[in-house]
Design a protein around this ligand. Sequence first.
Ligand code: ATP
Ligand code: MG
Ligand code: MG
Ligand code: MG
Length: 565
Amino acid sequence: MANAPVQRMSQLMAKTLRDDPADAEVLSHKLLVRAGYVRRTAAGMWSWLPLGKKVLANVERIVREEMDAIGAQEVLLPALLPREPYDATGRWDEYGQELFRLKDRKGGDYLLGPTHEEIFTLLVKDQCTSYKDLPVILYQIQTKFRDEARPRAGILRGREFQMKDSYSFDLADEGLAHSYALHREAYQKIFTRLGLDYRICAATAGAMGGSESEEFLAPAAAGEDTFADCPNCDFAANTEAMTYALKPVDAEGVPAPEDIPTPDTPTIETLAASLGVPASATLKNLLVKVDGEIVAVGVPGDREVDLDKVEAHFAPAVVEMVTEADFAGRPDLVRGYVGPQGLPKVKYVADPRVAPGTAWITGANKADTHARNVVAGRDFEVDAYLDVVVVQDGDPCPKCGTGIELDRAIEIGHIFQLGRKYTDALKLDVLGQNGKPVRVTMGSYGVGVSRAVAALAEQTADDKGLCWPKEIAPADVHVVAAGKARQTELALDISDKLAAAGVRVLVDDRAGVSPGVKFTDSELIGVPTILVAGRRAAEGVVELKDRRTGEREELPVDEAIARLT
Ligand code: ATP
Ligand code: MG
Ligand code: MG
Ligand code: MG
C-alpha cells in the first residue's frame, strides 16, 4: 500500500472554530463543526471536509471488510428510483412524508431511495433463476434520502446520509435465519472495531414488515431512542418493542364504546377514567400498535410520536401533536396520540399490568382538523386494536423480574428477517431442486455509516474535544510545530519520516498561529497521539502526548519516531 502523504494544516481546507455553531444542540454536531470535519449545507444536509471524509472512509472500510468477510458482495444501485416497484409493495404511499418523491421532465414519478428492498428484490429476480443461485447476500454503501421531520441532531439525523444496506435471499427459513445470524455477528465485529459501546435490542419490524428484528443501540445522551436495559440479565429492548417482550394485550377488559364516558374537557382524570387506569401515574413512554404494527411512539420531553408512520397507516389521516398546554401544566403526562380521519376504525386499550398511566387518543374527522374528545365507537367504528403500553423505569424485566432502567441511545444498526413480504409483492421465485418454483425469503440489514461517525464522537469526546479511536481517526499522529522556523522544519522532517514508515500524519505547520492555539486545536481535532516539536527542538527533543489520557513524555526525535512506527 502506498504511504499516505503528510496532511499539512497550512493547506487544509478546513478551519477550526472557537464557538459552537448557533443551531447545534448535540455534542457531536458542535464538535464536528468546530473541529472542521463537516459543514452544514442546509437542514439535514452535510458537506464532509477532508478530515471528516477520512473518518467516514475509515468507518466504510471497516464495514466493507466485515461484510466481505461473511461473503456479502458489494454492488451499487441507483439512488434515484422509479415509482412502480414501490407501488407494487405499497410503500410509495405507506412511506408517508419521509419519502422524497419527484417527477422527471416527462412527468414520470420517481423517488430518492430511503432504503432499497424493492430494487434489490428485482435485481435478484433478474439475476437468479435457480436454487443454485442462492443464497446470496448483496450490499452497498450509498447515500440515502429521507425527508426527516426533525433533522436537528447534526449528522446523527440527516435528510441525506450514508448507509450500508444489505439484503439476503434464501430458499428457506433456516437459510434466512443463517443469513441473519451472519449479519448479527458481522455487526458485532463492526461496532466493536469502531470502538462503539452498544447493546443489541429486540426491536419491532415497524414499517419494514416481517418478524424477527434487532437494533444495535449506542447509549448516548443525544440519542433519540429510549431503550430498556436490565441491570441484572442480558435483556435489552427498544421501548418500541416492549409489547413483544410483555404479554400481548387482548380485547378482554376493554370498555365497550357506550361505557366510555365522553369527556367535556380533556382532563387527565376523565381520560384516565375512560381507560380504567389511575390518573396519578406518570407516563414515560407511549406505544401505539395497530393490527400488530407499531404506528406511534411518544415520550415526554422533546421526543414526539412518529407522525409519518401514523399518517402512512391512516392515510389520508390528519395528525397533529397535542401540546403541553392541552395537559394543563402536566407535561409529564402522555402527549402522543393518533388521529384517524373518517375511515379508520380504532379501538383502544390500555394495559393496566404494565401501563399505570393513560393515553389520550384523539381523532380527526375532517381534513386538517384536529378533533378532540372523540370517542371510539361513537365517533368512528371500531375494528382494530390500538394497544397503548407504557414502559417506566423500574418496570419488571420480562426475563428476570429485576427493575429495568430506561436509557437514551442512538440507533446505529438494524437487522430484519423480512420473510416474503417483498418477494411476494414482486413475485421473486427461483426454480427449486424438484423443478418447482420456490418463493424466496429475504432479510434486510442497515448500518448508519455517517451516523456512526457522530455516535462515536458522542461517546468518545471529552471536555477538550473529539477523541477518536485509532482505527477511525483521520490520522495516527498529529505533529505540532510549536515555535518558529526551527520547530516547523523539525516537525516536517519528522512527519516525512513517519509517513515513509506508513504512519498517517497530520502536521500543524501553520505560520503565525500561536503554540497555545495549536495545542487547543490538536485536542479539539482528536488524533490519538500528538507529537510536539517545541522548546527543546534545538536539542532534538520532542514531546509525545496521548490525547485520551493526557500523559506526556519528552524524548529524543529518533526514539519518538521509533515509538510511533
Ligand atoms: P431512526 O429510528 O433513527 O429514524 P430508522 O429505524 O428509521 O432510524 P432504518 O430504516 O432502520 O432507520 O435504517 C438503518 C440505519 O440507518 C439505522 O439504524 C440508522 O443507523 C441509519 N439511519 C436511519 N435514518 C438516518 C438518518 N436520518 N440519518 C442518519 N442515519 C440514519
Ligand atoms: Mg427513521
Ligand atoms: Mg428506528
Ligand atoms: Mg431502524
